[in-house]
Design a protein around this ligand. Structure first.
Ligand SMILES: [Zn+2]
Ligand SMILES: [Zn+2]
Length: 200
């Protein structure tokens, strides 16, 4: 009976084999496992993440990996804000949704609506990219604003926790600002001096 192939044998075989022991399938594009074993691995990882999260919650800690803050709620307030889980703030996603949809779709020459990724020309047209970036900035700024409201409304937080909560909210604004900078750079825009309107 031949020696079973090692992980390295499988990885470096020509053509390469799925690295799952005993599997004869080719790996999926860009990964080392075949689709079936990749799904299996994903399931296992998700299951292990769920177990770790449950353990953190049983210990009275925030569910977020690596946070370690004591929390009565699933996420501590800083993590809730950071993840945009703003349960105490009434959601208003109408504009957001429209913007996202507009950013995702375009009408092709035959008049059909095409979704992003179906475009055969590759790079999205500048107008689409703008719409996408603006929609994303809108989403981020909303999370920033809602997060600030939520942090301010929270009771019983220590100084450190409160600071973390405000900073989690501001991090969303920071991402929006960076996105704007990218966009400004695309157009060669540099920050203008704001002069008062003189012709009144
Ligand atoms: Zn496999
Ligand atoms: Zn946390």
């Amino acid at each position: 009976m031949p020696e079973p192939l090692t992980y390295l044998d499988r990885k470096t075989a020509e053509p390469p084999l799925c690295t799952y022991p005993g599997c004869r399938n080719a790996p999926a594009l860009g990964v080392q496992l075949c689709p079936r074993h990749r799904r299996k691995q994903n399931r296992r990882q998700a299951e292990s993440a769920r177990r770790l999260t449950a353990g953190r919650r049983r210990a009275g800690l925030c569910a977020s990996p690596g946070c370690g803050a004591k929390s009565e709620t699933y996420y501590c307030i800083a993590c809730a804000i950071s993840k945009g889980r703003l349960s105490t703030v009434a959601p208003d996603n109408t504009l957001d949704k429209q913007a996202r949809l507009a950013a995702r779709t375009k009408v092709d020459p035959t008049g059909r609506t095409r979704y992003h990724g179906q475009d055969r020309t590759g790079t999205p047209p500048a107008s689409l990219r703008d719409a996408q970036d603006v929609a994303e900035m809108h989403r981020l700024l909303k999370m920033c604003g809602d997060g600030l409201v939520m942090a301010r409304a929270a009771v019983g937080l220590s100084k450190v926790q409160l600071r973390a909560a405000f900073h989690a909210a501001l991090a969303h604004g920071d991402r929006a600002a960076r996105l704007f900078e990218d966009m400004a750079t695309r157009y060669g825009y540099t920050q203008q001096m704001l002069v008062p309107d003189r012709d009144e």
